[in-house]
Ligand binder design. Structure first.
Ligand SMILES: NC(=O)c1ccc[n+]([C@@H]2O[C@H](COP(=O)([O-])OP(=O)(O)OC[C@H]3O[C@@H](n4cnc5c(N)ncnc54)[C@H](O)[C@@H]3O)[C@@H](O)[C@H]2O)c1
Length: 377
């Protein structure tokens, strides 16, 4: 197939492109080589871009540009739409940029699919677990609940767990499935919800098979070590490698579902190539919650660099407490089950980081930006 990957120079896109090339597909990448991800001179500063540039047809351009789309669309049989701004915290103050690129870029793609001649039969869009907000919990009093974002006053008092609105009991975390309530707690999450709903609705009307993949926290060799806005494994790694201590938010017990890049590539390929699977959403993760303190301690151990880890009790507005994916549907319909354990994945990731040049640590500046706007407490 001829496959267009938007954002194909990024972390997920470049790995996916290389895998699809191995399977014999022809890949076109549309990517604007955003400096936040690729540095100021991608030829020198972006190993991600360098890994694909000679193997794909690369078109430098933004998904917000009509002419760029008209250049890349002819002859494509499928699109994997990954291009996006991806920082949850940053999305809370760079609102127009996030809306323009994530929602506007997707709108433009769909407009052209609706109004020009093309051969596209399948679209896979990258959604995110961030659309669920807090996800799925169990209350002894109310049964299954989907709690709203936590109150600032509770968090200021050090109460970070989700509590039952009726009884006040601490809620029990459950795996979040595709039927779970959608109520994002960040602008980024809202744009992801919007992207997937637009893609599913419009593609259905055009008889194009569409799939939205709600990725959990993806990590692995190749992820940007210089972007302070997303990816806690890389943020922590860059801090440790610079000899800087790690401040852990809340009480360190907040957790995420960390899924290894190879598993994401496997799931995305399965969704793309399964002709009979269309008009569906899938949660894609490792299906296991790992707390943030464990992540920091494991990385410090792996790098063998002594830096202090401080659990600060501070918190960011828009952050969720926990989330992990229920993989039953992806397993049943895509045959997907993760192959790489967290232990193996973080070992591979740390070994890769050990071989990279140490990046400038700009994390404190990103926190200062949030503090200035009242988003970091
Ligand atoms: N990595 C994760 O943990 C994760 C989790 C959930 C969802 N996702 C989604 O998966 C997709 C890919 O994520 P990633 O981790 O590879 O991110 P990434 O930042 O590494 O890659 C995104 C790519 O898109 C490009 N891009 C940004 N704006 C663009 C624009 N206007 N036009 C063209 N290209 C543009 C960037 O240059 C970059 O190469 C995103 O849509 C993201 O929201 C990622």
């Amino acid at each position: 197939m001829n496959i267009l990957i938007t954002g194909g120079a990024g972390f997920i896109g470049s790995n996916l492109a290389l895998h699809l090339i191995d399977l014999g597909h022809e890949i076109t990448v549309l990517d604007n080589l955003s400096p936040q991800i690729h540095g100021s001179n991608p030829e020198e500063t972006s190993p991600l871009y360098r890994s694909i540039k000679d193997k794909v047809r690369f078109v430098a351009g933004t998904v917000c540009d009509d002419a760029a789309w008209r250049e890349v669309l002819p002859g494509q049989h499928a699109i994997v739409h990954l291009a996006a701004e991806t920082g949850t915290g940053q999305s809370m103050y760079e609102i127009k940029r996030y809306v323009d690129i994530n929602i506007g870029g997707t709108g433009l793609m769909l407009d052209l699919l609706a109004n020009t001649d093309h051969q596209v039969k399948k679209v896979v869009v990258a959604s995110s677990r961030s659309i669920y907000g807090e996800g799925k919990y169990f209350s002894e009093t109310l049964g299954i609940v989907y709690p709203c974002a936590r109150k600032e006053s509770d968090m200021k008092a050090g109460n970070f767990d989700l509590m039952c609105a009726q009884s006040g009991e601490v809620l029990k975390l459950l795996a979040t499935d595709e039927e779970s309530k959608i109520h994002p707690s960040s602008v980024y999450g809202i744009t992801k919800q919007n992207q997937e709903q637009m893609v599913l609705t419009v593609c259905k009307s055009l008889n194009i098979g569409a799939i939205a993949l709600r990725y959990q926290n993806v990590y692995g060799p190749g992820q940007s070590l210089s972007n302070p806005y997303t990816g806690i494994l890389s943020i922590f790694s860059t801090r440790i490698k610079n000899g800087n201590g790690i401040n852990i938010f809340e009480d360190g017990k907040e957790s995420r579902d960390f899924v290894y890049i190879d598993d994401i590539v496997r799931a995305t390929t399965a969704a793309l190539l399964a002709d009979e699977v269309r008009d569906e959403v899938f949660g894609i993760g490792a299906g296991i919650a790992t707390d943030v303190l464990t992540v920091a301690e494991t990385l410090v151990r792996n790098y063998g660099v002594e830096v202090p880890i401080t659990v600060t009790g501070a918190f960011r507005i828009g952050d969720i407490r926990h989330n992990f994916a229920d993989l039953s549907k992806a397993n049943r319909m895509l045959g997907f089950s993760p192959q790489v354990s967290f232990d193996e994945g973080i070992r591979n990731f740390s070994a890769w980081v050990d071989q990279q040049e140490v990046q400038v640590d700009t994390y404190d500046a990103s926190i200062a930006e949030m503090s200035k706007r009242g988003l970091f407490k």
